[in-house]
Design a protein around this ligand. Structure first.
Ligand code: XMP
Length: 511
């Protein structure tokens, strides 16, 4: 399949470039900036994009690609820092400008033969975020567009098929950015549009069949979109050689077990083994209030439950996991967001001595692509539109020690929060919405009686990728509904508070 390769120089937008290219139905991979030319040629790219990055090309040890990359005849597009790498390589000159161009600028297009082909506008809004700019253009390069503070915001050498953009075509703030990337990927590099999720499903199903043959696969599902899609895809390929298990750790959302059972067995027609491990989880969590300790204990117990099942019901040869692309690729310069997300991985702690081979059919996909695959495979809307739920479940929403009473409060109250948002048509507009309970109590009056009840905090956040988040300015009517329903319907709660901390400095979950 035709592909574009993005060299990652550490920009926060590197993954975004990759996703944008894939949205054009062209397969795209992100690789470290210093991948050897030998490895790059093995990938056989139709075009190569240099991402942006925080460095300055003149700093000592600034990241540079293998210089032979300019000699292999594959078209290159440099973005921001990548643009400067090109200027530097071809012996142009960069200078640090006093006026840092950050944010929106207007690009005046002066050449519409290649990168800006078919763009009818002569001026487009574009997004800048760098303070270095070209002072002298290298020989053979032509100006394709300029801004008020950068005379060489877009440059190109048509003969060599090397182009540079000082701005970011991948971000939504750049007008016609998708057309610029389309021109690079399809017109200049000649990549065909062969990447789409229906083809992906067909190919992966065959690959799974060839890989697994008659062996047995074990897959733990959580009811989340990734593990569900992973299970459905594998089931499509190998039917009953797949065993799906769902562990009820007693820390699930209200009706979660029933919902997941119904979705798997009735809607998807995939047998599901449900393991009731509520008591043992409650036992190991007794008296623990440290958040990391909770996570650790839950992970270890999950691994034990899982191992016991595998030993009793096996042998199994493969362990299936719903790992996604951002979790598996090595980032070029910094650790990148993926490293942070990894510490949250639910099934990360499964014992290696089970000696299961790992099957990760979603490892090349981004989340939005998984959503499309799920839709095509008929995964019901309940799962597609469900808010993310942490692996350690309600445990991370209980501050202090975990008790059956606190589990009950947080489970019921969270359900009320969700119901209120669904009723007010807000559920699909927010990232997560739930309740939190700790040991703080406040006095209330119930009927004629004074009652010292728990304080429940409600958290509703909006976010794009959970790396940052903001609290949602809910309408007062919705807040009022949530508050009165929780105090009326959930025993031992006297007060309801709303959390107004964004991430950072707070995190989304309280523990
Ligand atoms: P934080 O609390 O770090 O959460 O802002 C970011 C996102 O990750 C989810 N989360 C977890 N997911 N295991 C998970 O699978 C965990 O231990 C875990 N902790 C947080 C959280 O719900 C949010 O979407």
């Amino acid at each position: 399949m035709d592909k574009i390769v993005v060299l990652d120089f550490g920009s926060q937008y590197s993954h975004l470039i990759c996703r944008r290219i894939r949205e054009l139905n062209v397969y795209c991979e992100l690789v470290p900036y210093n991948l050897s030319i030998h490895k790059i040629m093995e990938l056989n790219p139709k075009g190569i994009i240099f991402s942006g990055g925080p460095a300055s090309v003149y700093a000592t040890d600034s990241p540079k690609p293998d210089s032979k990359i300019f000699d292999i005849g594959v078209p290159i597009l440099g973005i921001c820092y990548g643009h400067q790498v090109i200027i530097d390589h071809f012996k142009g000159k960069i200078k640090r400008v006093d006026k840092r161009e950050y944010g929106n600028a207007i690009l005046e297009i002066s050449d519409k033969t290649n990168l800006f082909k078919n763009i009818e506008l002569d001026k487009i809004k574009c997004w800048m975020s760098h303070s270095d700019a070209a002072e002298v253009l290298p020989n053979g390069f032509k100006i394709l567009g300029k801004t008020s503070s950068s005379f060489s915001a877009a440059i190109g050498n048509n003969r060599k098929k090397v182009f540079g953009l000082q701005f970011h075509p991948e971000v939504a703030h750049t007008e016609k950015g998708d057309m610029v990337l389309n021109n690079f990927a399809k017109v200049i590099s000649g990549a065909n549009s062969e990447w789409n999720m229906s083809n992906f499903i067909e190919t992966v199903v065959i690959e799974i069949q060839e890989k697994i043959k008659d062996e047995k696969v074990l897959c733990a599902v959580s009811g989340g979109i990734d593990s569900t899609t992973c299970a459905v895809l594998i089931h499509k390929a190998i039917k009953n050689n797949l065993t799906c298990i769902f562990v009820d750790n007693g820390l699930l959302r209200e009706n979660e077990k029933e919902t997941v059972r119904e979705i798997f067995e009735e809607k998807l027609q995939i047998p599901l083994r449900i393991i009731d491990a509520r008591e043992r989880f409650l036992r190991i969590l007794e008296k623990i209030s440290d958040p990391e300790e909770k996570r650790k204990k839950i992970g270890e117990e999950f691994a034990k439950v899982f191992t016991e099942f595998a030993e009793k019901e096996g042998p199994f040869d493969w362990l299936a996991q719903g790992t996604l692309y951002p979790d598996v690729i090595e980032s070029g310069v910094s650790g990148g967001p993926a490293t942070v997300i990894k510490t949250h991985h639910n099934v990360g702690g499964l014992p290696e001595w089970l000696h299961l081979k790992i099957l990760e059919p979603l490892r090349f996909l981004y989340k939005d692509e998984v959503r499309t695959v799920a839709k095509i495979l008929g995964v019901p809307k309940d799962i597609l539109s469900r808010h993310p739920f942490p692996g350690p479940g309600l445990a991370v929403r209980i501050i202090g020690q975990i008790s059956p009473q606190k589990i009950h409060i947080v489970r019921r109250a969270s359900k009320i929060v969700e119901e209120a948002l669904i009723e007010d048509k807000l559920y699909d507009k927010v990232w997560q919405a739930f309740a939190i309970v700790g040991d703080d109590k406040a006095v209330g009056i119930l009927g004629d009686e004074r009652l010292e009840g728990h304080i429940v905090s409600v958290r509703v956040v909006e976010s794009v990728d959970a790396m940052t988040a903001d609290w949602v300015r809910l309408p007062n009517e919705t807040l009022e509904k949530i508050s009165s329903r929780i105090t009326n319907e959930v025993e031992n709660v006297s007060w309801v508070a709303y959390t107004i901390s964004s991430k950072p400095p707070a995190t989304i979950e309280p523990q």
